[in-house]
Design a protein around this ligand. Structure first.
Ligand SMILES: NC(=O)C1=CN([C@@H]2O[C@H](COP(=O)(O)OP(=O)(O)OC[C@H]3O[C@@H](n4cnc5c(N)ncnc54)[C@H](OP(=O)(O)O)[C@@H]3O)[C@@H](O)[C@H]2O)C=CC1
Ligand SMILES: O=C(CO)COP(=O)(O)O
Length: 332
């Protein structure tokens, strides 16, 4: 199995950074963007000024708006915001070939259906083979070539090995896993928890509270992943704990910075106003809450964060609700 060309769908920060990873790995890359502004910026100035400013892009990356130009690619990376994954894959469907693997790189749960991205893929392109790439990786750092390590999950061992070898570079280290559900649950949940951590920071509740939210948030993430059919070991890796630690620790995270703004007293509307980039925790929070209810999984931090984002409680109300929960044994 050899891959020479990659198609990346979605030219936001992460799609563009992954195009850069593929190019560095020696692949010819077609990057599909919806906006003419993004395509022009890459063609004329070798930079995605809208979503990844300040990073010179590899000459092996060619931007297009036309999904049909991905038809000949050996490998597809799907990187739209999670809520647009279904429509994006449906638009790509006429150009898909069953032998071309699709690496899902978005982090979220579809609202309404409460589906993971692998479910969305199997409903839109039933013959496609899925892989999931997820882990602690800020697009701007990865695109600049700073070191990072991620989880690459694929149920087919031989294909997983081939993808691992194809996408790896000296500063980009994918680790192989077979548990796609665990990898997806980790990436989706850490975004909601990062909003909660941002609120703790913004409200200046201290480092101890911050550590408590990460640790108990990790327990929630593990419970949900296992209830969905994933493995606890997977979420203890880069795609779960690793990404939780990163995203909860840096205002570079869009999710954490949303929480910071809320903790400092802004309304959700004020905190999101004028933002072109996606805060997946905000988008997925209602689905996480509904999924937890459907599966009977206790997720107090994620649930109260979803309630806060929906305007059902205040920051003070959320803090009070968490601190007044009955005492219990410490278990995952
Ligand atoms: N940024 C990061 O550091 C990381 C992001 N991710 C994940 O990658 C995914 C994409 O995020 P990111 O690249 O950061 O996005 P950005 O916030 O940088 O950009 C927004 C993206 O949304 C796309 N978009 C907007 N509206 C639509 C629509 N209606 N249909 C399809 N696409 C639309 C834009 O596409 P277009 O350019 O074509 O307009 C653009 O790609 C998310 O799930 C995120 O969690 C994962 C790891 C790291
Ligand atoms: O997923 C990410 C890092 O791994 C990016 O996090 P944000 O979407 O919160 O910026």
């Amino acid at each position: 199995m050899e891959f020479r060309t990659a198609g990346v769908i979605g030219a936001g920060a992460w799609g563009t950074a992954l195009a850069q990873v593929c190019a560095r790995a020696g692949l010819a890359v077609t990057l599909q963007a919806r906006e003419a502004e993004v395509i022009d910026s890459i063609a004329a100035r070798r930079v995605n000024e809208a979503f990844l400013p300040g990073v010179e892009l590899d000459p092996a990356i060619r931007a297009t708006s036309d999904m049909a130009e991905l038809a000949g690619c050996d490998l597809i990376l799907a990187v739209p915001p999670a809520q647009h994954m279904r429509a994006t894959l449906a638009a790509f469907a006429p150009h898909a070939r069953p032998e071309v693997p699709i690496v899902l790189c978005s982090k979220g749960i579809e609202r309404g259906s409460l589906k993971l991205m692998t479910d969305v893929l199997s409903e839109t392109l039933p013959e496609a083979t899925a892989a999931v790439l997820s882990g602690p990786s800020f697009a701007a750092e990865v695109a600049r070539g700073l070191p990072s390590a991620v989880t690459l999950a694929c149920a087919d061992g031989a294909l997983g090995e081939a993808l691992l070898n194809t996408l790896s570079a000296p500063a980009f280290r994918p680790y192989l896993a077979t548990d796609l559900i665990g990898a997806e649950a980790g990436g989706a949940l850490k975004n909601v928890l990062a909003i909660a951590c941002g609120i703790v920071e913004g409200r200046q509740l201290g480092r101890s509270a911050h550590a408590a939210v990460i640790t108990r948030g990790f327990a929630e993430m593990t419970r949900l992943a296992v209830a969905l059919g994933g493995e606890a070991e997977t979420v203890a890796g880069l795609c779960g704990l690793g990404d939780l630690v990163l995203t909860c620790s840096s205002p570079q995270s869009r999710n954490m910075s949303l929480g910071l703004a809320l903790g400092q007293g802004q309304s959700v509307e004020q905190a999101l106003a004028g933002k072109r980039s996606v805060a997946e925790g905000y988008e997925s929070a209602p689905a996480v809450r509904d999924l937890a209810a459907r599966l009977g999984v206790e997720m107090p931090i994620a649930e109260i964060t979803a309630a806060l984002l929906a305007g059902e409680t205040t920051v003070d109300g959320a803090i009070e609700a968490l601190l007044s929960r009955p005492l219990k044994a410490e278990r995952i």
